[in-house]
Write a protein that binds this ligand. Structure first.
Ligand code: NAD
Ligand code: TYD
Length: 353
């Protein structure tokens, strides 16, 4: 892989992946980051990379749904591999505005697949997907790579459609691909609409901490660098045409995560509110429609075949994450300066139970 196209590299996981690849692996090729900078994308997340790796990293502002722009970049940059992150990624937004999810996640993936299959010497298309395609679990059981797809939200349905397209290109056209379905990520550079960064920043600023339903929903949490490491292992050593589940083996109820974050913010001494405890800011609000109860991943295929294992526990990962947000409030102010604040005000209006 000499000229690797990373889509969505200005988002949360994409920016962490680019940093991981350049700083921590033996990858010696070039990275071409294609991102159209939606509300969730921020070029400043990679300022240091642009400075330190200008010979091996470049940014191209383009929409993955635009075939002319994508085909032109494939030819001009000699793209021989793709790691596809670009997506609309927030379940709540997919409930209020589903159309853009179909466009970006389905048509965008299709556009990239077409460009890849028409590119001479193309080596690998890695598709980054989610465990949410499998739907919801009850109190027991795990998702494996053979669990039938049963998505509940427009977000997960659009990711499911994109997964099927990627596999269809392998079976129909012989396009070399790998695919990963990962559980919930957290860590630096995550947009503060997702549970963990939203709660860190709201606790810090004395804003309400909205927990959907009764807060007993369970997610399987993975520190973002461990996800990046798994993706690169799969790209380098995974069997072509295969799917790998990635998970943290770290199931936690939402309410316990929020309480933990409150205590960590309080202990940091940085909270700018007058409550005795940030826990006083917790509000149980109306549940998310179609809210999946539990996600839990069986990632033994990835462990047994490729020897992957997560390096961070939730204890170490959440400590790093809280510290990162407290130390990077300028990044937060920058990313929140777009249309995000407007959306969040409308979203939470009237949500109290
Ligand atoms: P994110 O929302 O933080 O970033 C998405 C990036 O894609 C942004 O930089 C955005 O500008 C870009 N983008 C959106 N539409 C685009 C378009 N039309 N053209 C070009 N760029 C576009 O998302 P994330 O959390 O980093 O997720 C990345 C990928 O990982 C997604 O495919 C998501 O489904 C998947 N995933 C996420 C998680 C998670 O917990 N965040 C877990 C498993 C899988
Ligand atoms: P989120 O970070 O949106 O990820 P996903 O929906 O993809 O799992 O939400 C994680 C969990 O936290 C999910 O069960 C919904 C819940 N949640 C809240 O209770 N309050 C919130 O404000 C948010 C954003 C999420």
């Amino acid at each position: 892989m000499k000229n690797l196209l990373v889509t969505g590299g200005c988002g949360f996981i994409g920016s962490n992946f680019i940093r991981y690849l350049l700083e921590e692996t033996s990858f010696s090729g070039r990275i071409i980051n294609v991102d159209n900078l939606t509300y969730a994308g921020n070029v400043s997340s990679l300022d240091d990379i642009q400075r330190n790796y200008s010979d091996r990293y470049c940014f191209e502002k383009a929409d993955v749904c635009d075939p002319a722009a994508i085909n032109e970049i494939f030819k001009r940059q000699g793209i021989d591999s793709v790691c596809h992150f670009a997506a609309e990624s927030h379940v709540d937004r997919s409930i209020t505005s589903p159309e853009i999810f179909i466009n970006t996640n389905v048509k965008g993936t299709f556009t990239l697949l077409e460009a890849a299959r028409n590119q001479a010497g193309f080596l690998l298309f890695h598709h980054v997907s989610t465990d949410e395609v499998y739907g919801s679990l009850g109190k027991t059981g795990f998702f494996t790579e053979t669990t039938p797809y049963a998505p509940s939200s427009p977000y997960s349905a659009s990711k499911a459609a994109s997964d099927h397209l990627v596999r269809a290109y392998f079976h129909t056209y012989g396009l070399e691909m790998t695919l990963s379905n990962c559980s919930n990520n957290y860590g630096p550079f995550q947009f503060p609409e997702k549970l963990i960064p939203l709660m860190i920043l709201n606790a810090l600023n004395g804003k309400p901490l909205p927990i959907y339903g009764d807060g007993t929903n369970v997610r399987d949490w993975l520190y973002v660098r461990d996800h990046c490491k798994a993706i690169w292992m799969i790209m380098e050593h995974g069997r072509r045409g295969e799917t790998y589940n990635i998970g943290g083996e770290c199931e936690l109820e939402n309410r316990h995560i929020v309480e933990r974050i409150c205590d960590m913010v309080d202990q940091s001494g940085r909270a700018v509110h007058s409550h005795a405890s940030s826990r006083e800011l917790i509000r149980y609000v109306k549940d998310r429609p179609g809210h999946d109860f539990r996600y839990a991943i069986d990632c033994s295929k990835l462990k047994d075949e490729l020897g992957w294992k997560p390096e961070e526990s939730f204890d170490t990962g959440i400590e790093k994450s809280v510290a990162w947000y407290l130390d990077n409030l300028a990044w937060v102010a920058n990313i929140e300066s777009g249309e995000y604040l407007e959306w969040i005000e409308t979203h939470y209006k009237g949500q109290e139970k």
